[in-house]
Design a protein around this ligand. Structure first.
Ligand code: IMP
Ligand code: MG
Length: 201
């Protein structure tokens, strides 16, 4: 990144607003889903309780490490339902690469997802390989439902066929950092999303 210009693509206020919207939509969809199967998901903001109440239906969020860390931290606090969180680690951009070399699941895929409402969360849908690999591994376990939520979706051809159910922002095919996204392991803690541009001269 040294020698490159950085441009703010999405300011933090816009991210915060969109994350709140996504959280509200996910919560409302989960409630409809569980009502359809006779389960009851109780919102803690409906009960006046500071604690999420026993939902009946189990909701499991699966953030993909490390990029989804920051997004997930904000998103789950915008979903006022009782849920558990199980992370999964995937690496696709070794070192200072800005082109994906294919997704490798590192470690175990969360188990015990049969009959549960699963939401996979990632920072960005790029080639689609990461989410396709995780999706297929989870579907083998026959969850009650599986949804994919990404903060960003790049406008480009996907190498693996995968659709996101919830998308924060569609962005052009440029390399971005911040709000969890890294370049060579750095810049994840920048509060806004920036695109890298080659410096002139
Ligand atoms: P995919 O498997 O090609 O869809 O890549 C998804 C993963 O690659 C994401 O979870 C990110 O970790 C990483 N990635 C893709 N595009 C970018 C980018 O522009 N900046 C930083 N990381 C990216
Ligand atoms: Mg990632």
């Amino acid at each position: 990144m040294i020698g490159d210009a950085r441009r703010v693509l999405i300011p933090r206020s816009q991210i915060a607003e969109r994350v709140r919207e996504l959280g509200a939509r996910i919560a409302s969809d989960l409630q409809s889903l569980s009502a359809a199967t006779g389960e009851s998901v109780v919102r803690w903001d409906d009960t006046g309780s500071p604690e999420p109440v026993d939902p009946g239906a189990e909701v499991v969020m699966i953030p993909i490490l490390t990029g989804a860390l920051v997004f997930t931290a904000d998103l789950i606090r915008a979903i006022p339902l009782r849920m558990s969180i199980h992370t999964v680690a995937v690496s696709s951009y070794p070192g200072a690469a800005t082109q994906s070399v294919g997704a490798t699941i590192r470690g175990d895929v969360p188990r015990g997802l049969t009959g549960k409402h699963v939401i996979v969360v990632d920072d960005i849908l790029d080639t689609g390989r990461t989410l396709a690999a995780i999706r297929d591994a989870i579907l083998e376990q026959r969850p009650a439902s599986l949804k994919i939520c990404v903060l960003l979706r790049k406008e480009r051809r996907r190498d693996s066929e995968v659709e996101a159910d919830y998308v924060g922002f569609d962005i052009p095919d440029a390399f971005v950092v911040g709000y969890g996204l890294d370049f060579d392991g750095l810049y994840r803690n920048l509060p806004e999303i920036l695109s890298l541009e080659e410096a002139e001269g």
